[in-house]
Design a binder for this molecule. Sequence first.
Ligand SMILES: Cc1cc2nc3c(=O)[nH]c(=O)nc-3n(C[C@H](O)[C@H](O)[C@H](O)COP(=O)(O)OP(=O)(O)OC[C@H]3O[C@@H](n4cnc5c(N)ncnc54)[C@H](O)[C@@H]3O)c2cc1C
Length: 402
Amino acid sequence: MEVADLGPLMAYARGRVAEAWAERMAAMAAAFAPRAEVHDRDGTVAAESLADLRAAGYPGLTAPREEGGEGAGLADLCLLQAILATGDAPTALGLGWHLSLLLGLRATGAWPEEARRRVFRAAVAEGALINSCASERETGSPSRGGRPTTRAEPTAGGYRLSGRKTFATFSPVLRWFLVPASLEDGTVGEFLVEAGTPGVRVEETWDTLGMRATASHDLVLEGATVDEDALVERYRPPERSRRSADAGGPLLHVPACYLGIALAARRELVAFAWRHRPNSLPGPIAEVAAVEEQVGRMEMALLPALAFLFDAAAAWDAADAEGRAALRHRLAAAKVAGTEAAVAAVDIAMRVVGGLSLSRRLPFERFYRDVRAGLHNPPMGDMAVRALGRAVLAEGKPPVSP
Ligand SMILES: Cc1cc2nc3c(=O)[nH]c(=O)nc-3n(C[C@H](O)[C@H](O)[C@H](O)COP(=O)(O)OP(=O)(O)OC[C@H]3O[C@@H](n4cnc5c(N)ncnc54)[C@H](O)[C@@H]3O)c2cc1C
């Protein structure tokens, strides 16, 4: 596959990291696409594709250069994640959680240095993956402020963890689970729990409509004992973790992933429109005015969403800590705009393709199932839009008269 096949995305391929990675990632995405179809059916992680990404050093993309990583920024991350998602969105999402966590650590300097460097180095040297396993059935999305029902009790040399986390993306292939748990004193701790720790197991519960190959199973902690130094953050709600000082910027890997799906739908739609020649027409449906208009509408959904995404990512890359905090609502809005545009674009593609879009012989039905998951990844749309509105209203709030 030529890089040009990625349509409007390549306008954002700028700088050192894009130069080194964009074409390579496009080639990998093309190779991964047929495998993605198989893993979607099985609901398994695309192990071969993950091995290829590891061999290429991709898990170290956002690790600092001093630790041997690529030191990629947020715009770089969004670009490469979108390209990867054009071939295999579930694998992109799994890598996205990992790479965004590393980027957030780099930006905020959260955690004790030893733990942070251990995670960076293992990502670079071994392709070791980490993910935050925060969601729970009882609390729903952790971004809504619910306290973890998972508990941490102090022991002689560390802590004992008990609870169940849901939606743990890539749980079968992670080296580390980052687990928030409530402590008896009312604080919340974040624990770096290594796979294979006794009392930690993955229960295969993930049987969903879309993003099936993320293997986002339940993580079960049954009195799992960890050392004291596994506690990497501790805060008292409504205070938030130090990592949250990244203002949610690294989470832009989420809309990047779902826009990647939409760009794959765009590419497949264009190919279909030139291929499909019903005998009621003198030529392919690509020459039908209604199809031109629908494809134009699709592009009108995608272009502003991509521009918004990369503008927000570049602003985050350029900002200091204070500047990033001021970007929080804009970053969240870029996520919502990106995922909504991706859903709309895939919907248009399916309408143009028609009944055949429902067939499993074409990729559109998979795109349709996968793209919907973006609505349920953080930041949550309802909260992001409301916070944005509140911020705008606050700007014009009249002073209270004495
Ligand atoms: C593909 C995929 C991968 C994921 N990977 C991970 C992962 O790796 N790690 C992880 O931790 N999580 C992961 N998640 C989970 C995700 O972050 C959310 O926790 C999950 O989708 C549940 O969010 P929710 O908003 O649907 O649920 P809930 O928060 O339970 O909300 C359900 C509904 O109730 C309403 N609601 C609930 N609480 C409130 C409230 N306080 N105020 C107003 N309305 C409320 C909401 O509006 C919503 O409509 C993943 C999700 C998906 C789809």
